[in-house]
Design a protein around this ligand. Structure first.
Ligand code: ADP
Length: 229
């Protein structure tokens, strides 16, 4: 599903390599944590996967396509297959939960009928069946991130990329959010999560890729955050 080979990247010639000799393969259906200190290169790597940044050297293949050879007009099709979840939620605060999720469907040309059918289904999946009409600004942080998850999965993407999805949440809420990601994964979606949350990484026993100053230092099945130090 993702193949990274000998990836090197620097943003400008004064900075050092932000990513250096990165190699990994992620198969369909995996759940992978990307851990490591701030500035290690996790976000840069995610931006490469969604084709926001092109690596200066190396190969990045996503869904079997070499992104270095992907024509620009194909990029929206690639992104449609990837649901994004952000630390700061990136929702339309004044709009309802329904509107936020429906909007992501509308841009793909979905009919009103499909939208009315699908939105309650995903709200149920994230545990907020009664919040459809609630404005986002009236919801708690945890509820807002659940809306973020619902929006990310509404178009049934093959993969979810979550960049610090629990960075603004308390430990219990964080665990609930990770559990929803785990459920989404069990239903067949590949899930990549960048996180600083040691406790959750250790508890969930998933594959852990550890980045340290742009280098991949550990890649282990059923890894623990502590084990990477
Ligand atoms: P992480 O997500 O692990 O915190 P990032 O990928 O955001 O790491 O950043 C990796 C490094 O790249 C950091 O040193 C950061 O300052 C640098 N960096 C990120 N974005 C840019 C940019 N647009 N221009 C220059 N340097 C950047």
């Amino acid at each position: 599903m993702i193949e990274a080979r000998e990836i090197y990247h620097r943003y400008d010639k004064n900075s050092g390599d932000v990513l250096s000799d990165i190699n990994f393969t992620i198969n369909r259906g995996e759940f992978v944590f990307f851990v490591g200190p701030s500035g290690a290169g996790k976000t840069t790597l995610f931006k490469m996967i969604i084709q926001e940044i092109v690596p200066q050297r190396g190969l990045m293949k996503v869904f079997g396509q070499d992104l270095g050879r992907l024509p620009r007009y194909r990029v929206p099709y690639l992104r449609r297959n990837i649901g994004m979840v952000f630390q700061d939620f990136r929702l339309l605060d004044e709009r309802t939960a329904f509107d936020n999720i429906a909007f992501a469907m509308r841009v793909t040309g979905a009919s009103t009928r499909e939208i009315r059918r699908q939105v309650p289904y995903v709200l149920d999946l994230v545990g907020l069946p009664d919040k459809s009409g609630a404005r986002v600004c009236d919801l708690s942080g945890g509820e807002q991130q659940r809306i973020g998850l619902a929006r990310a999965i509404i178009n049934r993407p093959a993969m979810i990329i979550a960049d610090e999805p629990t960075g603004n949440l308390d430990p219990e809420t964080s665990y609930e959010i990770m559990n929803i990601l785990r459920t989404i994964n069990i239903r067949g979606t590949t899930v990549l999560v960048a996180t600083h949350n040691r406790e959750i990484v250790d508890r969930l026993q998933k594959r852990v890729i550890h980045l340290e100053r742009g280098r991949l230092t550990v890649d282990e099945e059923k890894g623990v955050y502590a084990g990477a130090l």
